[in-house]
Design a protein around this ligand. Sequence first.
Ligand SMILES: [Zn+2]
Length: 449
Amino acid sequence: MVMALTYLTKRKQLTLFPKQVFILGFIAFLCLFSHVSVASATSINAVRMWTAPDHTRLVFDLSQSVQYDLFRLHNPERVVIDIQKTKMNANVSKLDLPDPVLLSIRHGKQSKGTTRIVLDVKAGVSPRSFLLKKAKGKPHRLVIDLTPKQKKVIKSKTQQPKNKHKDIIIAVDAGHGGEDPGAIGPNKLYEKQITLGIAKRLADMINAQAGMQAVLVRNGDYFVKLRNRVKKVRSAGADMMISVHADAVKQRHVQGASVYTLSESGATPDRIAAALAAKENASDLIGGVMPGQEVSDPFIRNILGDMAKRDGLDSSEMFANLILTQLKQGLPVKYGKPKHARFAVLTALEIPSVLVEVDYISNPKRERLLRTKAHQQKLAKAMFTATKSYFTRMGRLHEATPTIHTVHQGDSLWSIAKKYGVSVSSILKLNALKQQALKVGQRLRMPQS
Ligand SMILES: [Zn+2]
């Protein structure tokens, strides 16, 4: 286009008839105009969808920031997004739809280069949107959160004592998720995948233990902002919080686990730990939190100022040591003592809260292992054993308490027996069962293997 312009300009200098000059000038103007408009058109390069239990998030990758309008249309329910001067280069048909709130998505071209995206949604869905600037290797993004109508919780007297046996509640937090993959291994294993795998295994072990109950902070591939993780831990009335992560460094040979607790202000500064905390705290930026609502360091400092909650720090230290003791039995450990830094996710100071970096995903050998169920099970077991010994020391758990298995869909006596390494007949005998048929939700005592 630029070449054609130069050529035409040259010809203009050769022939100076007024009419031709006018036509050439007009063509040159058109060329210039179209050139400018092509350069300024933003493209939507990709779209992703994450389904969380309480909302669905759509993320559009943009080549640059945009101007957009969002509005709703009813009968049928739709959310419409008009993005100015934009081309759609993303394949929206690849999204796994319908989802619990988003039924379908389509797009079309409006006048003046506006791209219109129409989301067919379930009734009562409220949309929220925001733009994210280019950050931490992520492009400019437009985030649309679709929140379904809240189901009214009818509090009846029978529902009130949710935790009537006063079980010990352990919050298990799988790091990252959704937009935020966490660290990425050389063979493309995402930290968010292994953290969820280990967290679920750990939660299963906790739920199988009589007197203990697990709460998973996230149980699928979606993003939960750091502040909401802490909120969820608190609202669950958790007695302890374990946040599961995996680290990555440039040096491929580095391996082993490390355990972190929140530092007190004035503690010996540890630059490596501080850098790690900064990396983990950046999760909000990558995962997508409305600008201005990210966790900032003063927020953490405020919490640290609350000395009434100091006890949580001491017990965190004790629990961190117990985890390290367990990990050292057969698993590589990077730092033999708990380390400290300002992790935003550890700010529920009233309870012992630790962050475990289970290993280095950047080490190809460890990455291969971390992918396996057996290794995830081993890591979960170490954390579980530490949890048990913590509460045993606290006098809240008794060693002899039997293991309980809650029957899930698809369980058979045979599969349960295999899982616990016991015989079918021993389960039948211990639970005084006459028949082999099981009911979902049925609780079975497991014989000691
Ligand atoms: Zn992490």
